[in-house]
Write a protein that binds this ligand. Structure first.
Ligand code: IPE
Ligand code: IPE
Ligand code: MG
Length: 255
């Protein structure tokens, strides 16, 4: 007799058996509260949060997600106290040093979006090296949103599209100039820590994404929480403006 599978393995098997979101994005929130609950400095929460990035990346890759985009530092986060910003930049540099080997082993292509020229050289150099080293990997694209703002991204894209097309520009031209160009359409946006807002993340790309809000604080968000979010997504009916009857008709036509 084979061993009974653990509840987590059962959940993973159920999730893998159904259509997966191609592109998952996460607002990784709650590091500070996780640390405060334990009487620790906020940076301890950020450190544990970087372990969650590792775990979630590994699981997303294993089940077959094509693109994972994580909000690691917002354009607005520059206004936090200097010592917290410095600690976050240091953690980012450490993360880039420690993850390169695993990215290569697992076929992960590293990508980054945001106003990257605002990052310190210690991060920019490591980011450029890791992106170059992993550029040919095809397993999953991991995109770090760093010094990122959704409004800022749309402004850059609109300027680029206007320079090329003038007043004739349309939505496709803006889409093609976004920092996320080339990634699959966003299917699922997750926010952790019980907050229910977008905080300037992927504003354009969220147009028809499914939203999942988890109460779990980011440092505690691991396999089970990710699989639960994807399972929730798999139970949704995505209508894209159509009626339920139209969707049923389309599904019949495809059979
Ligand atoms: C998310 O956790 C990480 C970043 C924004 C960099 P927070 O630092 O926002 O944690 P809370 O929301 O204060 O708990
Ligand atoms: C959003 O979290 C940014 C990141 C997760 C990197 P914040 O904690 O900065 O967002 P607000 O301030 O609660 O909206
Ligand atoms: Mg927060």
């Amino acid at each position: 007799m084979t061993n009974p599978r653990s509840p987590l393995a059962e959940l993973e098997a159920r999730v893998k058996a159904r259509p997966l979101p191609r592109h998952v994005a996460i607002i990784m929130d709650g590091n500070g509260r996780w640390a405060e609950q334990r009487g620790l400095p906020r940076v301890a929460g950020h450190r544990e949060g970087s372990e969650s990035v590792r775990a979630v990346t590994r699981t997303a890759r294993r089940i077959g997600v094509e693109a994972l985009t994580v909000y690691a530092f917002s354009a607005e986060n520059w206004a936090r106290p200097d010592d917290e910003v410095d600690a976050l930049m240091q953690l980012l540099a450490d993360y880039l040093d420690s993850e390169r080997a695993e990215m290569m082993e697992n076929g992960i292509r590293l990508n980054a979006i945001g106003e990257l020229d605002r990052l310190p050289e210690s991060v920019r150099g490591r980011l450029a090296a890791a992106r170059a080293e992993t550029a040919a990997n095809r397993g999953m694209t991991l995109t770090l949103a760093l010094s990122y703002g959704g409004r800022q991204e749309i402004v850059y894209a609109a300027r680029a599209a206007a320079a090329a097309k003038g007043a004739e520009l349309d939505a496709e031209d803006i889409e093609a100039a976004l920092w996320t160009r080339g990634l699959p359409e966003l299917d699922l946006l997750i926010r952790t820590s019980g907050e229910r807002r977008i905080s300037n993340f992927l504003l354009w790309q969220c147009a028809y994404a499914e939203l999942h809000f988890s109460e779990v604080l980011w440092p505690d968000f691991r396999d089970e929480a990710l699989l639960t979010a994807i399972s929730d997504f798999q139970g949704r009916e995505r209508r894209f403006g159509l009626t339920g009857a139209q969707l049923a008709g389309r599904a019949r036509d495809c059979d």
